[in-house]
Design a protein around this ligand. Sequence first.
Ligand code: MN
Length: 249
Amino acid sequence: MSPRPHQVDFHCHLDLYPDLAEAIARCDAAQTATLAVTTTPKAFRQNVKLAQRSKFVRVGLGLHPHLVAERSSELALFEALLSETRYVGEVGLDAGPRFYRSMPQQIEVFRRVLEMCCAQGGKILSVHSVRTASKVLDMIEEFLPRDRGQVVMHWFSGTRAEARRATELGCYFSINQVMLEKPKGQELVQSLPTNRLLTETDGPFVEENAQPIAPGAVQKVVHDLSNILNISVGHAREMVVQNLVELVS
Ligand code: MN
């Protein structure tokens, strides 16, 4: 990422805001290095088109676990587009009540995604793991060796032991402000190596004052992270920027 960003939003659905071009412009104006995750391969090209001149926005090729039941046929398109991008997301597994039924398909799609990323090499993935942290880590260990790609666990909500295992597998963690609202999340984040921490908004799904959080609005999570780590806000922000620089270098 050059020029050096001011802050990092490593998981934001820019195309789910009313105006994608405006969301991109906002990230650029604030010099927020932003990973624009997508939920279906069909959305990828429009994101790339609008972000092509952006200095700070990169687009991930995604197939969201919530949509796998209806969209697994887009896996062929995913495969066709993968060589066009270094970034992949949102992908992963979700065993929440609404999505549990599609778990066999989700596992099949995620396995194929990991295998394709392994074959091409050098990808950086933003990975969803709701109620599936152990299974997701099993699959990363089996299908995406550390020297074939890098994983950022998005909104990680596993146990401390699972977080330790993710760390040992080389994973980074993108932290949002909701994760730091409760002591359990704070303790989990405190247990992570500081050189693996990134920030994210997960906008527009995360809300602030009953409104969708603005694209790239990581000020609150950076502030809360600085409190948890007992460092200054500026240090926390700069630490996350440096972690991103090292991830992508
Ligand atoms: Mn998301």
